[in-house]
Design a protein around this ligand. Structure first.
Ligand code: G6P
Length: 615
């Protein structure tokens, strides 16, 4: 939530910052702003409500010159999204400007203290409190900007990624992080800041992932990068190479990132399985599991925690692991897990799943389980993210950057990783027989081709979607492995079309949701042909008897359901445990086409942000 960009070097900062904001807009788009220091060392702040495009419009007649600057795109936490609450925030003297991603929890007592000391505030934000506090510390102790930021942050409770500029100090940029991500890009005689690598990758592949509670000072024309932690220990900058390619973060001819990412799934799954699913040898190779097999072998149980779409992948993980590995699995959304004082044993394994690797609740759940001695395994997409760094071991999904706020390719690659983990564990623990193992490895390697086939019939799904733009409610039903897929289908629809949608276990709908069914109600039933097929056919009959409009996701050639349902969308046949990788694709497309037909901004739906770095 909230995107941060910064630049110091020899080029004009404004175009770099604006481009960076566009790339980070998925993190929040309530308001945007920019601070620049011009050649006379004057500090200018321009900010406005709305998207980055509004900011560009606003800046048209302003002085936007300067080779140092910071910029911000906001997802509001404290204070409504308006011009005043937008970042950057000035300090009282207007000598400092600050951008912030996170929440300062003790902002009220700090604000009261500052007010007693003559500070006045123009916004309702915690961020303005922080910049004023830094100014207060600076004026009290007459220290450098870096020292003032350091001292101020030592007294701050909360989460932050910040960038600070000072009038008259055009050669220094100070930044810091705790809880929220921040990356420093290291170019030739120039530096960049970014909440992720997307604003940086065009200029340099050398980056420093700032660690927890670290404060950095970067100076124009100097190769010395000063990094200290809050305990005042000086740290050696660790420069790493990012793998990301510019083409991965551009739309590549698609109308929206979401559509591009849906269509990328065959490729992202291949990347995910590359070198891991060995088709010739019919083997799974996952070093994270192999190197820690004893932890899994001795595990009392596996806990899986995640949020949003990643939680739906986790639910599929439970079906997979319990069935094939015979290890008890508990799945819980991270925000519940972290606050209910859960029982965690030293011989538990906690798997944390996160696309961004930065979701605040998931990170807190990891910390909690770690403090209780559990072994922590991460499944995440963003390389170098906090999940990757906080966990004992893990597997990257290698889906490539996901920009659309509604998660698509991250989900399928998470499910693929969970499937690979299951197969390997099952083999190592002796809970899967060899022929089943080899057969499933081969079937998994064929999934990408099958997804291509579903995608090639996207126009049929687009046709169906046009019928349902009238709907105010939708129901999604599924059983077994496809119950979490029903939840995911409902989430996709509500996120981007703003149509209310509920996912339910198909049989459970008789215990309540069936009361909602009438001739207006579209019901998506995920009904591929597996062992409880007959039961789900009965469920469809029950819904038809009440005049519900059925859109069924069925296995190719299923004429039975085709005769009962209003619309059918076919998926190629596969093994039951692999079916979520296929059945979710039509649901993603259905949501996309309904939302675009309704004129929604599918890449940046209202009130949402891709990376939820606050609680
Ligand atoms: C937000 C995003 C979702 C995502 C969830 C968890 O709600 O909009 O798409 O599934 O966060 O994010 P994570 O990065 O931890 O998977």
């Amino acid at each position: 939530m909230c995107g941060i960009v910064g630049y110091i070097g020899n080029r004009e900062a404004y175009p770099i910052l604006i481009k960076g904001l566009h790339r980070l807009e998925y993190r929040g788009y309530d308001s945007a702003g920019i601070a620049l220091i011009d050649s006379e060392s004057n500090l200018h702040v321009y900010k406005t409500k709305g998207k980055v495009a509004n900011l560009e419009q606003y800046c048209k007649d302003k002085n936007i010159s300067g080779t140092i600057g910071i910029a911000h795109t906001r997802w509001a936490t404290h204070g409504e999204p308006n011009d005043v609450n937008a970042h950057p925030h000035y300090s009282q003297s207007e000598n400092l400007a600050l951008i912030h991603n996170g929440i300062i929890e003790n902002y009220l007592p700090l604000r009261q203290m500052l007010e007693k000391n003559g500070f006045t505030f123009v916004s309702q934000t915690d961020t303005e409190v922080l910049v004023q506090f830094i100014e207060y510390v600076r004026s009290k102790s007459q220290c450098s900007l870096y020292e003032a930021v350091h001292q101020a942050l030592s007294q701050v409770v909360g989460a932050y990624a910040i960038g600070v500029l000072e009038k008259g100090n055009a050669d220094v940029l100070v930044a810091a992080r705790k809880g929220s991500p921040l990356i420093v890009g290291v170019g030739e005689q120039e530096y960049f800041l970014g909440s992720d690598a997307s604003p940086i990758v065009e200029y340099t592949k050398n980056v420093i992932y700032l660690g927890e509670e670290e404060i950095v000072e970067i100076k124009r024309g100097s190769s010395d990068i000063l990094i200290k932690n809050l305990s005042n220990v000086k740290l050696k900058p660790q420069i790493q190479k990012i793998q990301m390619d510019l083409s991965e973060i551009e739309k590549g001819g698609f109308e929206h990132f979401m559509l591009k990412e849906i269509f990328e799934q065959p490729k992202s799954l291949e990347m995910c399985m590359n070198g891991r699913v060995q088709t010739e040898m019919q083997e799974i190779i996952l070093s994270g599991i192999r190197d820690n097999i004893a932890k899994f072998r001795n595990a009392r149980r596996i806990l899986i925690t995640a949020c949003g779409t990643s939680w739906h992948a986790a639910l599929i993980g439970k079906y997979l692991i319990e069935y094939y590995c015979k290890i008890p699995v508990e799945v819980e959304v991270a925000s519940e897990f972290r606050y209910r004082n859960p029982v965690v044993f030293e011989d538990d394994v906690l798997i944390a799943i996160s696309q961004s690797g930065e979701t605040a609740d998931t990170l807190a759940a990891i910390e909690l389980a770690k403090a209780n001695g559990a072994f922590i395994y991460g499944i995440c997409n963003a390389v170098g993210s906090s999940v990757a760094r906080l966990t004992h071991s893990g597997t990257y999904t290698h889906a490539g950057p996901e920009i659309g706020v509604a998660s698509t390719k991250a989900f399928t690659t998470q499910v693929a990783v969970l499937t690979m983990i299951t197969l390997l564990l099952g083999k190592e623990l002796g809970t899967i027989d060899d022929s089943t193992y080899k057969h499933l490895v081969t079937s998994l390697s064929e999934v990408s081709k099958k997804i291509e086939k579903i995608l090639s019939k996207a126009d049929k799904i687009e046709q169906i979607s046009k019928v349902f733009t009238y709907a105010r409610n939708f129901m999604y039903l599924g059983r077994g492995y496809n119950y979490p897929v029903a939840l995911e289908g409902a989430l996709k629809l509500k996120e981007i079309s703003y149509i209310h949608a509920e996912g339910y276990p198909a049989a459970e709908m008789k215990h309540g949701p069936i009361a909602l069914v009438d001739e207006e109600m579209p019901i998506v039933v995920v009904a591929p042909k597996f062992k409880i097929y007959d039961k789900i056919v009965s469920n469809i009959e029950e819904l038809k008897a009440r005049k519900g409009k059925i859109i069924a996701i069925v296995t190719e050639g299923d004429t039975n359901i085709a005769n009962i349902a209003d619309y059918v969308i076919e998926i190629p046949s596969t093994e039951e445990c692999l079916s979520p990788l296929l059945t979710v694709i039509p649901l993603q497309l259905l949501s996309y086409y309904i939302a675009t037909a309704k004129g929604r901004n599918v890449d940046q739906p209202r009130n949402l942000a891709k990376s939820v770095t606050v609680e």
